[in-house]
Structure formats: structure tokens, C-alpha cells
Ligand binder design. Structure first.
Ligand code: GLU
Length: 511
């Protein structure tokens, strides 16, 4: 690749960052790292009416959690700042002036009411070469009239003057060449005097140029804006430094949830998050659930998201960030939308839990332990308990549900299992088992197993019934890891106390 690759993730702080936005950030990051380039985080907050407090912090926290590193940004600093558009007014003003002076843009005074009226009058009204001559703007008014209005403080906008009937070509790294006739585009508003700020389009282009962005990687929803962006680059005289575009495929509803774009509602209905972190809307109080709090590992979410719209070109599935970086290319990006297969996301998380070391899991699952009111256990004990059940966990919280009996004695006993495994003779046999256990000094799994099984055999007891009754006493149900692994970890006196309690509590069936 010629010159240094520079990409930017450019979210607008209008609410919690959607999972589609996270994927965009991730692809930018992978591409930048793949080519030894820079990753910029630019906050596009020119639309003050849509600004939501906390959204910027949410973006930072999400990217940090996922390990999507930023080289230049509001917090990181950098040569091309400020990286927040609301702090770049002076810069934009200069280019609005340039476009006006060059006759590439004009001033328009039409009020919202007038525009509404025009829309009503003309079906499919578009502010363009065919209509601008009938509107109130600097093309239809005398220069001193325009000046007088501006000086008197009348509100105006600056519109881009689009020449009709030109082929505008967008060269997209994923979609190939996309061609649009300029007559289909309207004279977009580039600047509003009301808040002295440019609109998204102008600010975006000016910043991409000044920040020396080489590749614009973003969601497909921005593809319709791309021809306009190409024209703006040309109008500003920056054609030679025009970035390459890559519009990523949409994230679609999961199979069975209908067609169309993935929405928060799909997630709410089917029980999966569409945001990286929990979020509470500061105005409405509406809550959205996040992958982190749901119990996902960031590495698993990254791996899952990377494969929504891209494949490595071979059949690898489990890839860490470095492997993703090494393999990433636009060649293997899909044009078609990617169904958000959240079950697959759970599968990834399961795999990552399985391959995490137990001590790490004990740390990661702390919030769930706390929530379950579990305390007073050593990190080693927790780690070992999780190690035994992690094969059954999809989410971090599942570790606690699966390992609950390591921390809390059963308070009830699964009815079905009691019916099947608890007979009139069981209490007596369990009392004998207590004696057997009391006699074992070395409770390591294999040793205890040998001694207990020998005892069962010598007595001629039914192996399955005795072992399952034992399990019922300690776990509360016929589930869980190997019984003697459990009793190796759990203090022997706790095991014995549980057997005693079960013998006292479980009613003996009439024989
Ligand atoms: N501010 C836009 C957004 O919120 C950026 C689009 C782009 O990357 O050009 O997604």
C-alpha cells in the first residue's frame, strides 16, 4: 500500500453505540493494524439537536473494553486535532467561504414552511438545478439583498451547487465501481447559520481531508452519501487525495426474525443485546442491555463480529485479534448483508470461556458472584470450581449457575431425582458413607473414588443409586461434574454436613 494508511471511526454521540458501529470500528482497526497505519477516533457532534450526554464516554469505554485501540483522538491527542467536530468551527468556516467564493455553493433563505410548501406543490420535490431558480437564495436574489439579510441576522443555510447530469463514480473496495447520475442528488445543506456549524457532509469531508484519511470504512447506510462526498472532494480541489471507500454490509435480523436491518427490538424479543455495554437513556430512562453485562468476553465478541460480513478465506473460526489483523482484507468482505446469528455469538463465547484459564474466569465472573451474594471463597477455590463447570457455560453468569453448589449448600432437592434415587434404605447407606468419608485422609479424586467404590462393591450396593443419592446430598440434584472431583475441592466436613442435612430433610418414601 502506498503511503501510510490512515482510517477513522467517526461516530456521532447520539446514543449508545450500536453493535453495527462496533463492527465498523473493528474493521477500521483491523485494516489499520494490518497495514501498519493509524486509527483515528473522531467525534462527529455537529448536530447539536441529537447530542446525548454520556454517549461519547460510552464509545470510549466500549472500544477500550473490546481492545480496539485508538492512535489519535480526543483523549489520545494527535497532530490533526481537535478530534471533536464541535471544536473545529473555525476550520469549517474557511471551507464554506471557499466553496461560496468559487461558486460551488450558495446561500439559501428558504424557511422550513416554504420548503414544506414546495414539497407539497411538487411531487418528489428536490432542491436542485430544476428548482433552485424558483427558491429564495443567492442565485435568485441581488447580492446586496443577500448581504442585507445576512447582516440583519436572518437565518440561512449554505447549499452545495450540484451540476446536473454528470456521472459520479464511487470506487468502492467492496462493491466495485458504483455510478450515480448527479441529477438524482439534491443541493445538500452544508452549513447552517443558526448554530454556525457545518452539516455532517461538509464536516466529514473537510476532516477526512485534513486528517489525511486514506480509507473510509463505514456502514452501507452511508453508501448513498458517497457520490455527494466525491463531488465535495472535487469541489474543494482535493481530488488527488480522495480516500478509498469501503462500505460494509448491513447487519440483518437473525434467521426467523423476518427480513431487514437488525434492531433493538429483535434483541429485546429474542433475548440478545445489540449494544456492547449496558446503557440507560438519560432522558427516557429506557434501558438497553449490553454484551459485557450479559456475560460475554470481549475477545469472543470481537471474533464473532469480525465474521459478520468478512471471512478469512479459509475455514478458521476461532481467531484472536492478532490473527484477525493478519488475515483481514476487503477481498473477503461480503456485499450482501450478514444475518446476526446471536446463537453463533453464544457459541463463540462458550469457546472462549472454555479456553480461558480458570483464574481469569474467577476474576471476570466477580460481578455475577457478587450478584449471587457469594463471598468468602478464595480465588483458587472459585477458579477450580469454575474449571469443572466451564464446559457447560455459554455466558460468564452460567459459571455461577452451574457451580452454585460449590458455594451454597442445597436448600432443596430435585423432586424427580429424589423419587428415582432416594429409597427407604438410602438414609442408612448415607450414614455409612459418612463413616467411610471420615476415614479417608487423602480426599484427592482418584483415591476417594477407589475407597468409596470399593466400599459400595463390598456391600453389594447398587452403584448408580448410591452415587446419585450422594450427589443429591451434595449438589441438590443429579447434575454437575465428576462427584469425586467435587469432593476433592469441597472441604470434607462440608460434604459430610450436607449428607447429614439431606438425611434429615429428605422424606423417606414408604417402602
Ligand atoms: N458520523 C457518521 C456516523 O455516525 C459517520 C459516517 C462516516 O463514517 O462517514 O456514522
Amino acid at each position: 500500500m502506498e503511503g501510510k494508511v490512515r482510517v477513522r471511526f467517526a461516530p456521532s454521540p447520539t446514543g449508545p453505540l450500536h453493535i453495527g458501529g462496533v463492527r465498523t470500528a473493528l474493521y477500521n482497526y483491523l485494516f489499520a493494524r494490518r497495514h501498519g497505519g493509524d486509527m483515528i477516533l473522531r467525534i462527529e457532534d455537529t448536530d447539536s439537536t441529537r447530542f446525548v450526554p454520556g454517549a461519547e464516554e460510552y464509545i470510549n469505554e466500549s472500544l477500550a473494553w473490546l481492545g480496539i485501540g485508538i492512535d489519535e483522538g480526543v483523549r489520545e491527542g494527535g497532530e490533526y486535532g481537535p478530534y471533536k467536530q464541535s471544536e473545529r468551527r473555525d476550520i469549517y468556516r474557511r471551507y464554506v467561504r471557499q466553496l461560496l467564493d468559487d461558486g460551488k455553493a450558495y446561500i439559501a433563505f428558504d424557511t422550513p414552511e416554504e420548503l414544506d410548501a414546495a414539497r407539497k406543490e411538487t411531487p418528489n420535490f428536490q432542491y436542485d438545478a430544476s428548482t433552485r431558480g424558483n427558491m429564495r437564495n443567492s442565485l435568485t436574489m441581488e447580492a446586496d439583498e443577500v448581504k442585507k439579510r445576512i447582516d440583519s441576522g436572518e437565518r440561512y443555510v449554505v447549499r452545495f451547487l450540484i451540476e446536473p447530469d454528470r456521472e459520479v463514480k464511487v470506487n468502492d473496495l467492496i462493491r466495485g465501481e458504483v455510478s450515480v447520475n448527479s441529477s438524482t442528488l439534491d443541493d445538500k445543506v452544508l452549513y447552517k447559520s443558526a448554530d454556525d456549524l457545518p452539516t455532517y457532509h461538509l464536516a466529514n469531508i473537510v476532516d477526512d481531508h485534513l486528517m489525511k484519511v486514506t480509507h473510509v470504512i463505514r456502514g452501507e447506510e452511508w453508501l448513498p452519501s458517497a457520490p455527494l462526498h466525491v463531488l465535495l472532494y472535487q469541489a474543494l480541489g482535493w481530488e488527488d487525495t480522495m480516500p478509498r471507500f469501503a462500505h460494509l454490509p448491513l447487519l440483518l435480523k437473525p434467521a426467523g426474525a423476518g427480513n431487514g436491518k437488525l434492531s433493538k427490538r429483535d434483541g429485546d424479543k429474542l433475548g440478545f443485546p445489540v449494544f456492547p455495554l449496558d446503557w440507560t437513556d438519560p432522558k427516557s430512562g429506557e434501558k438497553s442491555s449490553g454484551f459485557r453485562e450479559k456475560g460475554y468476553l470481549p475477545e469472543a465478541l470481537v471474533n464473532f463480529l469480525a465474521l459478520l460480513g468478512w471471512n478469512p478465506g479459509d475455514d478458521s473460526e476461532i481467531m484472536d485479534m492478532q490473527q484477525l489483523i493478519d488475515k483481514f482484507s476487503f477481498e473477503h468482505c461480503a456485499k450482501a448483508g450478514a444475518k446476526f446469528d446471536f446463537k453463533k455469538g453464544e457459541w463463540f463465547n462458550h469457546e472462549y470461556i472454555m479456553h480461558s484459564d480458570d483464574a481469569t474466569l474467577a476474576i471476570l465472573a466477580r460481578p455475577w458472584l457478587e450478584e449471587a451474594g457469594i463471598s468468602g471463597f478464595s480465588p483458587e477455590y472459585i477458579a477450580k470450581a469454575f474449571g469443572m463447570v466451564k464446559g457447560r457455560a455459554n455466558l460468564l453468569g452460567d459459571l455461577i449457575t452451574q457451580a452454585d453448589f460449590f458455594f451454597k449448600a442445597p436448600t432443596e432437592y430435585a423432586e424427580k431425582d429424589v423419587r428415582k434415587r432416594w429409597s427407604a434404605q438410602t438414609p442408612e447407606i448415607m450414614n455409612e458413607l459418612i463413616d467411610v468419608l471420615e476415614g479417608i485422609d487423602d480426599m484427592t479424586s482418584a483415591n476417594a473414588e477407589k475407597i468409596v467404590l470399593d466400599w459400595i462393591a463390598s456391600k453389594g450396593y447398587h452403584l448408580g443409586n448410591v452415587m446419585n443419592a450422594f450427589r443429591l446430598c451434595v449438589v441438590g440434584a443429579c447434575r454437575g461434574p465428576h462427584m469425586f472431583d467435587i469432593t476433592e475441592l469441597m472441604p470434607k466436613q462440608e460434604v459430610i454436613a450436607r449428607i447429614r442435612r439431606a438425611v434429615e430433610t429428605i422424606p423417606v418414601p414408604a417402602s
